[in-house]
Design a protein around this ligand. Structure first.
Ligand SMILES: Nc1ncnc2c1ncn2[C@@H]1O[C@H](COP(=O)(O)OP(=O)(O)OP(=O)(O)O)[C@@H](O)[C@H]1O
Ligand SMILES: [Mg+2]
Length: 247
């Protein structure tokens, strides 16, 4: 594992006290559709925060535990992993219990096919939701339904969360990319970036690495995508902290 090359050198503050609920930001990465990049986005986001020297909690709710397997390979001092045993119900109480052990920034990698109750529990505890979408008609339809379901959850209806879409595995100059762009521009939800379809993501996932690691990608554009996502998240975090009732 060579991500150490890119790790911040000051490790003095890697472990932090559990922050109060009011200070914690929970970023849910979700889509009911399988294989759209939830784990890839969760792990790369964790790397992004690690590269900034900011401790982050990566909670993996998927019984496949892909994100936690990635984290074991990475052996990071900055990323704290929380798993979810297969068969354990995703209930509000259990989620809250796990979040009580988490740091200030929490990324939740969720499984495909969440039911309405699970989605509502997760929405209740999250402030920001990132929704990956692939450029295919099936994925676009599934994502449309998922976004509707998110907005219909009692938690969202009580208090809208910050939602954003990330286009993933995109090859520009294809008809499907055009269809995806039309879909994204029709949404009243921010569309943050378009991630390339590249083996760099596949290889990074299998080695416990991320695009922000110096050795993984020499493509500055790929790194810039993560900076844009990170900057958008930071603005949302500030808005959430600053505006009472946003939480
Ligand atoms: N931008 C990308 N370019 C190329 N391959 C990618 C990209 N993003 C994800 N992949 C690959 O696509 C597959 C599915 O990605 P990933 O596991 O992140 O999706 P997921 O939504 O977490 O899936 P699941 O619903 O099964 O949990 C993986 O093999 C991953 O390496
Ligand atoms: Mg996954």
């Amino acid at each position: 594992m060579n991500s150490a090359q890119n790790k911040p050198t000051n490790r003095a503050n890697t472990y932090q006290q559990a922050p109060s609920m009011a200070k914690r930001t929970v970023i849910l990465v979700a889509n009911s559709k399988g294989g759209c990049g939830k784990s890839t986005i969760s792990t790369n986001l964790a790397c992004y925060y690690e590269a900034l020297g900011r401790p982050v909690t990566l909670m993996d709710l998927d019984p496949q535990q892909s994100s936690l397997q990635w984290l074991k390979l990475r052996n990071s001092d900055y990323i704290h992993g929380i798993g979810w045993p297969a068969g354990e119900p995703i209930s509000l109480g259990r989620l809250q219990q796990r979040l009580d052990q988490a740091g200030e920034i929490v990324i939740i990698d969720s499984p495909a096919g969440l039911d309405a109750h699970q989605l509502d529990h997760l929405m209740r505890l999250s402030q920001i939701v990132l929704v990956p979408v692939l450029p295919s008609p099936i994925d676009i339809r599934a994502t449309t339904r998922f976004l509707q379901n998110v907005m219909l959850t009692p938690s969202y209806r009580r208090r809208p969360r910050r939602l954003a879409v990330i286009a993933n595995r995109v090859r520009t100059r294809t008809k499907m990319y055009e269809a995806l762009r039309q879909f994204l521009s029709s949404l009243k939800i921010p569309y943050l970036v378009t991630l390339r379809d590249t083996q760099s993501y596949v290889q990074a996932m299998s080695r416990g690495e991320g695009i922000m690691d110096a050795a993984v990608s020499r493509h500055l554009d790929d790194k810039q995508h993560w900076r844009l996502i990170g900057e958008w998240l930071e603005v949302q975090r500030h808005l959430i902290q600053a505006m009472p009732g946003f939480r």
